[in-house]
Design a protein. Structure first.
Length: 427
């Protein structure tokens, strides 16, 4: 039997229900006393007793809610069953107009989520005892028109059997129907929250895309002028040292041009041409290139393909390269402040959904509050960060059929897992 209010739903509505039931019982008691009805006067006392129970329950509801609402509600239900059974006995038993109250109580308990295994068997037993008592003469038949029915055994058996069957059916089906409705409502609420979250993410992506295109448009002209000037100087310069210096600057400018092209692709469907890429070799080449950057000095990279050297993925090489570079760059920046070892692990695994590349580090990790918002807005933990890196990375992966998952490591640090669909193996 419940000992507190756990499991009881719609508590305020239950409280008002008790008040309404008390008022109706009190009015019924007065009407039975004042109006000549073919029922026993004991029915008025029963209605008055029910009214008192409901009013006490209503007045003490707030206190019970903090202590033992569930238990008291179950007890009140059993008192209600006793009162209804007595009312049925005083008003004709098999033909009593108050039999519907059994059904009303069962439906109400299911509606309010009251876990009470006693009401249905108690109601069934009370009703059948009254019918049996009237039929075998242990209880007097209170109303004259019921006597003719009790003299027909088949009519008694059929009426009592149908009523009892509907009591059991109501108890079972009402709970299942309401449970299914609540489950559907909860599912719709979850879907609504997911849609709102997705809309928020798409809104952020759209705003970033507009801003990125505007910046790229403003920079394209000056960079084109610089590139043209460098080509002219390179054609005129004869000193090998100066030519090498100019060539180095030109490579940097070309890299900027490529970055601008990547920015203008942000948020757009499609992208560069896809190809079949041997992912393990691709990762090793990527780490080899990244290792030459000054920022990676002192960082130890460990690459483990897990026996998946023959795993391929169909994707845009430039998109995949930029996305994984962003993930590795974030890991390098995460361990930059480590006083001791700076380690980054790159692992390739194969799962039911495709290939997974996990990039983990032994940095400080990310606060859980920020982790939940990682893709919902321009999030950054860096002083000079823009917060668009993760959004661009996910955009690059999504248009290649992939995705990215972020989490803090079990033993500290941070883990970014890039998910990619596996492509056909090459012969």
């Amino acid at each position: 039997m419940p000992s507190n209010s756990s499991g009881v739903r719609n508590k305020e509505l239950l409280r008002r229900h008790a008040l309404a039931a008390g008022i109706m019982a009190a009015v019924s008691s007065l009407v039975i006393l004042e109006v000549s009805l073919p029922f026993s006067s004991h029915l008025s006392a029963l209605s008055a007793g029910a009214a008192v129970c409901y009013f006490v329950y209503y007045s003490m509801f707030r206190f019970l809610e903090r202590t033992c609402l569930g238990a008291v509600t179950v007890i009140l239900s059993q008192i209600g069953v006793v009162i209804i059974t007595a009312a049925v006995a005083f008003t004709g038993g098999l033909v009593s107009p108050f039999i519907f109250l059994y059904f009303a109580m069962l439906v109400a308990e299911a509606l309010y989520g009251i876990q009470n295994p006693y009401t249905m068997p108690a109601s069934l037993a009370g009703y059948l005892l009254v019918v049996a008592g009237n039929y075998f003469g242990f209880l007097p038949v209170a109303v004259p028109w019921a006597q003719a029915i009790y003299r027909a055994p088949i009519a008694v058996l059929l009426t009592a059997g149908l009523t009892a069957s509907y009591l059991v059916l109501t108890n079972r089906m009402t709970g299942r129907i309401l449970s299914a409705m609540r489950s559907r409502l909860n599912s719709e609420a979850v879907e609504k929250e997911a849609l709102l979250r997705r809309f928020s993410e798409l809104n952020s992506t759209t705003q970033l895309g507009v801003l990125a295109h505007r910046i790229a448009h403003d920079l394209r002209g000056p960079i084109a002028s610089i590139s043209g000037y460098l080509e002219l100087r390179l054609a005129q310069e004869t000193d090998p040292v100066e030519r090498e210096t100019i060539s180095g600057v030109q490579e940097t400018v070309n890299s900027l041009v490529q970055s601008l092209q990547n920015i203008t692709r942000f948020g757009k469907p499609g992208g560069a041409t896809r190809e079949n890429i041997a992912l393990c070799d691709f990762l090793k080449d990527l780490i080899g290139i990244a290792s030459f950057a000054p920022q990676t000095r002192g960082v130890v990279f460990e690459t483990d393909c897990g026996g998946n050297e023959a795993a391929f993925v169909v994707a845009s090489r430039s998109d995949l390269q930029q996305a994984l570079f962003n993930v590795i760059k974030n890991a390098v920046e995460a361990v930059a402040g480590n006083a001791g070892a700076k380690r980054i692990w790159i692992r390739l695994a194969r799962g039911a959904g495709g290939l997974a590349v996990s990039v983990s580090d032994n940095g400080p990790g990310m606060p859980e509050t920020l982790l939940k918002e990682a893709f919902r807005k321009s999030l950054t933990t860096k002083k000079d960060g823009t917060g668009v890196g993760l959004l661009i990375t996910r955009d690059l992966l999504v248009r290649n059929g992939g995705d990215i998952r972020l989490a803090n490591g079990m033993d500290g640090g941070f883990v970014a897992t890039v998910l990619l669909p596996e492509g056909p193996a090459q012969a």
